[in-house]
Write a protein that binds this ligand. Sequence first.
Ligand code: GLA
Length: 431
Amino acid sequence: MRRSRLRQAGVSRLELRCGTVSDPRESFKDAFGDWPTLVSEAPGRVNLIGDHTDYNELPVLPIALAERVRLWLRPREDGRVRVGSADFPDAPESFDLGDPIEPRGSGDWRNYVRAAATGARTVLPDGVRGLDGWIVSDLPPASGLSSSSALVVAVMHALLELNGAGLGRLEVAVLAARAERFVGTQGGGMDQAAALCGRAGHALLIEFGPLRVRPVSVPSGWCFVVAYTGTPAEKSGRAQREYNERVASCRAALDRMGEAIGVDRALSYPALLAQAALPDLLTVAARVLEPRHLARFRHTVTEATRVRAAVQALEEGDPGRFGRLMSESHESLKGDYGVSTAELDRLVTVATTAGAEGARLTGAGFGGSIVALAGPSALDAVESALRQAVSEPMADTEPRPGARVFPARASNGAVVRDAAPGDPAAPAANG
Ligand code: GLA
């Protein structure tokens, strides 16, 4: 049954090697019968501050990570796309770029490959080049570090480059963000922009409508530590409904605010914030919004203010202020936005108790990771306290083998490069 499905998919030898070979070029050759010629790599990101603001066109401040998705590939002239991965042994993907592309079931990783293809197709002519691809990732899946958007960007970037689409990075980021909604999550554009525009040694101030990215240097001695709880935040599955509910609540709150202040045309969050001072907007909001929408609205607009203040703290080299803003952001995401968990809260407390300047959940929440800012004198204590905490699950939870703690190294963005022999997993230049 499995073999015949694989044969139908045209990936006949894939099952023989899954998960057993560490050199991705060997795995590729075993799967597809020839060597890969290119690698398309796209980093994950850790968001320092500004969560659940991007889909409201308000700013975010992530860094692109050294950890990334690598798609080892070989172009195909017949428009077929075949993609496998040792991480998903029973599930090779295979389709024609010219055929209708329907989503698979909710939570299926192959939807991200399909999403990338549907997006790329909108800017490519018929009869385009496809690819055989083998995915290797050192990003824990569903960890709040944007492994899924990195996959979308890696596949889409490869297809666009193979076909000479000639788009700039911002254009690809916009296309990828739109395409990723194919999986059913109404996400914003932070992850794709970070994956494409990452810069070694820099955080990225990302703004929307239209998309803009400004790299902001991270002062030496500032160390951002990531701690993954080991509890996945399945944004394409379990957490999708919760995430989309927040998107809809923010939209409803904005519409109601527009009515209240007498703006009847479609209003954006940036335009609303330009209309009046924040305390005045919050006073109006308290009067006209129902409690749940008020809480979502309050997080959204105060988080945008915190992002601006955090950029200033970064530029002025003030880690204490940056850390306080991170901790305020966590409280807001926990209280007003309702996206934290007991484990995330616990890790935030562990980090700050061990001497971090501040800490917060990062990404969508509902599980996933936290990020903490530690100066040089506190770094060892913060890392070891977090390591200890993730290795000891809370009383009522299962052991979490994927949990891990690592320093975030601000790194360069996506690249399509030659699959040089002897260079199986060379990282992009890091800061
Ligand atoms: C996910 C989405 C992003 C963003 C974050 C929360 O990562 O993909 O667009 O909304 O959640 O900030």
